[in-house]
Design a protein around this ligand. Structure first.
Ligand code: SF4
Length: 336
């Protein structure tokens, strides 16, 4: 083993990777991260990693970690020619919309998302025709074309505030595509589904499958545990947790509280990240893996950086970027 790899193993250990991966894997991981980090500098690239990515991607090679919107907006101030977005396709598209002058690549071009794949621009056009008086409010987990036909984009952190602002002037709102998030919002805002709030039948395959009975069972064993769930979870889950929010909201909540233990009802990557960020806090496992998020590996990041394959580059027309950007800008205005 050469010196560089030995030092890299030490760096990865300091970052906490040994807490979540087997000791024997480290040498193999270190060889790849050394090469990726070398190429990154050489090509003036920045690597963004969603919190649901594999720990070796987050801890070994990423420059920024966060939720999709935070990543895309934070990197606009970075002086880099290339963005490698470790996440799913709609996220890389959002990065391109917010950074049109940079080349954006996604290491796994087949990484879709059950939510974003549930709706196409034609569906939005049909909804608009059916409810011409209702603005279209769209969760950020959608493709650029769907964003382009929307009035305003929301994230899980600002959706309630934006909807509440919009209801001051509108009796009815179309909220797409996440039906569970829509139901949770309708409940908090006291709006009637099907009348004041029109929903689409989309859902996240990770968050729709959690089981309330399991949460209740764990509560008996850990009575002082704080249970947090992502707002993409169904209402029966949300009714049985102590906190609902986005991935960033959940990390902030862990930082600012001192519960005996925490359960994160979301994709497993967040729990893995929390374990390394808060080594003194205790986490109770309750998570599911997103098959799309886990398509990104160190191997395909290396391949993408080395060859910048055209198949992995996000290409959006100027018109599509401008139209979808409009609905994102409206989010900033309404969330103020
Ligand atoms: S966790 Fe759910 S919303 Fe996120 S990428 Fe996977 S399927 Fe899509």
């Amino acid at each position: 083993m050469n010196e560089e790899v030995k030092n890299e193993i030490l760096r990865l250990k300091e970052k906490g990777l040994t807490n979540i991966c087997v000791e024997g894997e480290l040498e193999q991981i270190a060889e790849l991260t050394v090469e990726i980090n070398r190429l990154k500098k050489l090509k003036n690239a920045v690597i963004l990693a969603h919190v649901y990515q594999r720990p070796e991607v987050i801890l070994g090679i990423s420059d920024l970690v966060g939720d999709s919107f935070k990543l895309s907006s934070d990197c606009s101030g970075i002086n880099a020619d290339i963005i490698i977005f470790c996440g799913v396709n709609f996220m890389a598209q959002t990065a391109k919309i917010l950074n049109p002058n940079k080349r954006v690549f996604v290491p796994s071009p087949d990484a879709g998302c059950s939510l974003s794949d549930s709706i196409k621009k034609e569906d939005v056009i049909a909804l608009r025709k059916k409810y011409p008086d209702a603005p279209v409010v769209t969760y950020i987990n959608t493709e650029a074309e769907v964003k382009a036909y929307s009035d305003v984009i929301v994230t899980s952190s600002n959706a309630e505030k934006i909807l509440s602002n919009l209801y001051k002037k509108n009796k009815r709102i179309i909220f797409i595509p996440d039906k569970f998030m829509g139901r949770n919002l309708a409940r908090s805002l006291n709006k009637r589904i099907g009348d004041e709030m029109i929903l689409w039948d989309g859902s996240c395959i990770v968050h729709e499958k959690f089981d309330v009975a399991v949460i209740k069972e764990y509560r008996k064993k850990y009575p002082n545990m704080m249970v947090m769930a992502h707002s993409e979870c169904p209402s029966e889950i949300i009714e049985n947790v102590d906190f609902m929010g986005s991935t960033s909201d959940m990390l902030a909540q862990i930082k600012n509280t001192s519960a005996e233990s925490y359960m994160l009802v979301t994709e497993c990557g967040l729990g893995e990240l929390a374990t390394t960020m808060f080594p003194d806090k205790k986490f109770i496992a309750m998570c599911r893996l997103c098959p799309y998020m886990k398509m990104t590996s160190l191997e395909n990041v290396l391949e993408t950086l080395k060859n910048l394959p055209s198949n992995n580059e996000v290409i959006l027309s100027k018109d599509l970027i401008e139209r979808s950007r409009k609905s994102i800008d409206m989010m900033f205005e309404l969330a103020r």
